[in-house]
Each structure stands twice: as C-alpha cells, then as structure tokens.
Design a protein around this ligand. Structure first.
Ligand code: C2E
Ligand code: CA
Ligand code: CA
Ligand code: CA
Length: 276
C-alpha cells in the first residue's frame, strides 16, 4: 500500500508537469490561433416561449484547433488570462459576434446578442473597448448585453458598479450569469444595475428529481418578476424541464433541447426555420 502511495504521488507530479506543459503549449498556440482565426464565436439561441421566438443569441467562444480538435472555452479562456492574451481574444470575439449580429439585423432578424465577459475584464477600458466595437460594426448598443458572474463584483465593487452603469448608459444590457451558484446574489441585485438573471443549469438539471430545486427556481422567478428583471433558465435539456419551468412562470429558456451553439450562418438559418 505504501509503494502504491508513492507511485500515486509520482504520477500526480508527472501529471501536473504534463498539464503545466500543455498550458504553455496552448498559450503559444493561441497566438497562432488568434492570427489565423481559429477561435470564433458560435451562437446559442435563447427562446421566449411566451411569444414562440428566438429573442437572443449567446455568443460562446469555440477554438477549432487543427490538431487537438475543439478546445473547450473553460480551458482556453483561463489560458488567455494567464498569458496576457485575454484582451486580444475578447476584441476578436466581440468584433466578430457584433458583426454577425449587425448582419442579422440588416437581414431583418432583430435578435439581441449576449456576450460573456470574465471577471477580470470588468476593469477600466472595457466600456471604451465595447463602444468602439459597436461603432465599427454598426450594431446598436440596445442590441447587446454582457453576461457577467458575481465574481466580477467581489474585488472592486465600486469600480464594477461604475463600469456597469456606464455600459447601461450606452444602452448595453447587463445579465448576471450562473445565478444561484455564488454567495450573496440577492444584495447584488439591489446594488448593481442588472437587467437579466440567468438561472444556473445546476438548478435546471435538478428540477425533476429534487423538490427543493423547483422551490428555489420558483422563488427566483418571483423575485425577478417583482424587481422587473428578466429571467432566463439555462441548460434546458429535456421536455419535462421546459414544461416545469414554463409552468413556474419562466418564459425565456436556453439549452440543448432547443439547440446547441452554432456558427453564425447556421444560426441565421436556424432562426428562420425553427419550428417554434
Ligand atoms: P456559460 O456562460 O455559463 O455558458 C453556458 C455553457 O453551457 C456553455 O458551455 C454552453 O455550451 C453550455 N450549455 C448550453 N446549453 C446546455 C445544455 O442544455 N446542457 C448543458 N449541459 N450545457 C449547456 P461552453 O460553451 O463550453 O462555455 C463554458 C463557459 O466558458 C461559459 O459558461 C463561459 O463562462 C465561458 N465562455 C464561453 N465563451 C466565452 C467568451 O467569449 N468569453 C468569456 N469571457 N467566457 C466565455
Ligand atoms: Ca453565459
Ligand atoms: Ca451560465
Ligand atoms: Ca458558467
């Protein structure tokens, strides 16, 4: 048992080194990827079941690596942050997503665009970056919303509050992502200018088995409605979840039941032909 223990430790160390090496490699490969346009936004529809329409597209970054295949964003966003490439990556993604949305707009599809900002991006300069991209792509600010998580508020709440109010001033919406997974969501709702909350998929996935999950979702829906905040449920995979959510009063939903994220042109096709 002792020997096995030692091997395990060695294996763990080796594995750690391997992971560190892989992160360094990926950081280098990201410079190439950004140059060659391997990282692009895909778009997942958000549906309003009340009116039976796609109301919004959430941009989700996809890296098609020529050798490794798809690298998940949870992995490469962190690498971009640690290797000083987050700004370059975001600029490219936002520009490309806004250009796609402006084109849908020109084609008569007036859908909103939701764009994820990581906590580290809620800092000085972000408002100018976003307004610059809006100006250059011609997307009206009212068509854009940013999705952030509570972690954006923790380190410098005064700054976060000011930046979000500036974005709001431009007409850009603010959505609170992964709602319910953090610690003090309720006070954040009062302090920060939040237009929308996205109920985390962990609640949606427990809806059918766990009575408590449905109660939490019901309470969240009531809270959002009394504060006049739009609510979206994410991670809807099954018909039963969709119906339960709808019966609880949640009209806006997003998840694989409807569609996964897809490239811009495919999204446009999907919106035109979706059987809603
Ligand atoms: P998120 O913003 O919470 O995005 C939702 C994630 O759930 C996405 O994973 C989406 O593909 C996935 N999803 C959608 N519907 C379903 C469903 O029905 N079931 C399940 N199990 N999952 C579903 P994805 O695309 O891998 O993105 C993971 C995270 O990476 C995102 O979480 C977001 O935090 C981050 N991310 C993605 N794109 C960007 C980006 O452009 N910028 C930044 N800063 N972060 C990004
Ligand atoms: Ca999101
Ligand atoms: Ca989320
Ligand atoms: Ca998330």
């Amino acid at each position: 048992a002792k020997r096995q223990g030692r091997n395990t430790v060695q294996f763990a160390r080796h594995n750690y080194a391997l992971q560190a090496r892989q992160r360094l490699d990926l950081a280098d490969e990201m410079r190439v990827a950004l140059r060659e346009g391997q990282i692009t936004p895909y778009f997942q529809p958000i549906i309003d079941l009340g009116v039976g329409e796609v109301v919004c597209a959430e941009a989700l970054a996809r890296w098609r690596h020529p050798v490794r295949g798809f690298v998940p964003p949870d992995e490469f966003i962190g690498i971009a942050e640690d290797s000083g490439q987050l700004d370059a990556l975001t600029d490219q993604l936002l520009r490309s997503a806004c250009a796609a949305a402006a084109q849908w707009h020109a084609a008569g599809l007036n859908r909103r665009l939701a764009f994820n900002l990581s906590a580290r991006q809620v800092r000085p300069g972000v408002v100018e970056m976003i307004s610059g991209v809006l100006r250059e792509t011609g997307l009206p600010a009212q068509r854009l919303e940013v999705e952030i998580t509570e972690s954006a508020f923790i380190e410098r709440p005064e700054l976060a509050e000011r930046l979000l109010r500036e974005l709001r001033g431009l007409g850009v919406g603010v959505a609170l992502d992964d709602f319910g997974t953090g610690y003090s969501s309720l006070s954040y709702l009062l302090r920060f200018p939040i237009d929308k909350i996205k109920v985390d998929k962990s609640f949606v996935s427990q809806l059918e088995g766990q009575r408590q999950a449905a109660k939490i979702v019901a309470a969240t829906i009531a809270l959002a409605s009394s504060l006049e905040i739009t609510l979206v449920a994410e991670g809807v995979e099954r018909l039963g979840q969709m119906l339960t959510l709808y019966e609880l009063g949640c009209r806006q939903q997003q998840g694989w039941l409807f569609a996964k994220a897809m490239p811009a042109a495919e999204f446009e096709q999907w919106v035109r032909s979706a059987p809603l």
